[in-house]
Design a protein around this ligand. Structure first.
Ligand code: ADP
Ligand code: MG
Length: 323
């Protein structure tokens, strides 16, 4: 047994068996694990608190407090947590998402078709809609934090396809639509947003902290605007994700890895639909990217505007998602 695992087992509840490491961060390791009580797999995010300051510990508590409120099929579920106050390790027991990161799929396929990009972006948008309606901002949306379950339709056996042909014509159209959408999907089915380490609840962080005596009616216009605008950081990130999916590289980067360089470009919204990569990309897709990568947050798409964008709905007009 690996010494690191042995160390974890001194605190981890006997209910869980750790298997392979599936993720690694500055202060956390994520393991695939088996739950002996419920007989299923889960992911355990183990945070080593020994070198964290109190702000960092508070941010873990915040991550938990936010995740506990969430129950959405496009968001990784937090089942439980352990030891997050006093021990060396804090354990987050999470829904296991077996496909891993969308990031690795972009690397594997170089870039995605517009159909596949739409299939993914729609689901992330559903997650963001759910969050923004609750005044929660994720603040760290990127391909590394988008996980997926492999698609069932890819593996559908010939038998199942014959069964589906016996269904009514209408049902079959929907099925075929699903099959077409998913057959170009590189096996990507349900997409789930992960990593709430930077997320925040706008109401608690803004109005309570800044409003004199917390009196409703005394808040300044800027405070109200800030509440609206903070959500727009996620919309910008979605623009970066869409750009990256369709061409395989991000809209803002610098050859010499100079982060000041990148910041300057981001501030000016200086990105291009580079040739030849964008030659084949539809105007609808580019239009959507422009509406998300708009510097002025007031003019940038909101989540509702994204959800009613024509490109995002192309092919889904008569289609009821039921994953
Ligand atoms: P960090 O805050 O260190 O970025 P994350 O919560 O993003 O931590 O987890 C790090 C990585 O671990 C993810 O990018 C992903 O590859 C993997 N991971 C995290 N949670 C899960 C999960 N529930 N199922 C599968 N893999 C996961
Ligand atoms: Mg992460």
């Amino acid at each position: 047994i690996h010494p690191e695992l042995e160390d974890y087992y001194t605190e981890l509840h006997t209910r869980y068996l750790l298997s392979e490491k599936i993720g690694e961060g500055a202060f956390s390791n994520v393991y695939k694990a088996y739950d002996l009580k419920d007989s299923n797999y889960l992911a355990i995010k183990i945070i080593d608190k020994s070198n964290l300051n109190s702000d960092q510990i508070n941010s873990i508590l915040k991550e938990i407090a936010i995740m506990r409120q969430l129950n959405n099929s496009n968001i990784v579920k937090l089942f439980n947590y352990q030891n997050c106050l006093n021990s060396k390790y804090c354990f987050l027991f999470l829904e296991y998402v077996s496909g891993g990161e969308i990031f690795n799929q972009i690397i594997k396929f170089t870039y995605f078709s517009e159909n596949l990009s739409r299939h993914i972006l729609r689901q992330v948008a559903f997650a963001v809609k759910y969050l923004h309606d609750k005044d929660i901002v994720h603040r760290d949306i990127k391909p590394e934090n988008l996980l997926f379950e492999p698609s069932k339709f890819i593996k559908r056996s010939i038998n199942e396809q014959i069964i589906s042909r016996r269904k009514s014509d209408d049902e079959n159209k929907v099925d075929e639509g699903k099959f077409l959408i998913n057959s170009g999907s590189g096996g990507i089915g349900i997409v789930k947003l992960a990593d709430f380490g930077l997320s925040t609840h706008l109401k608690s962080s803004n109005s309570l902290a800044k409003t004199p005596c917390g009196t409703v009616g005394y808040t300044s216009p800027e405070q109200h605007m800030n509440i609206g605008y903070d959500k727009k950081v996620d919309m910008w990130a979605l623009g970066c994700v869409l750009y990256t999916m369709v061409v395989g590289f991000p809209p803002f980067y610098s050859n010499n890895q100079d982060s000041n360089d990148i910041t300057e470009k981001v501030m000016k919204g200086e990105y291009q639909f580079l040739k030849p990569w964008f030659d084949e990309i539809s105007d609808g897709c580019k239009n959507l990217i422009s509406n998300l990568l708009t510097v002025d947050p007031a003019k940038r798409y909101s989540i509702d505007q994204l959800l009613s964008d024509p490109w995002l709905n192309l092919g889904y007009e008569n289609y009821n998602e039921n994953f």
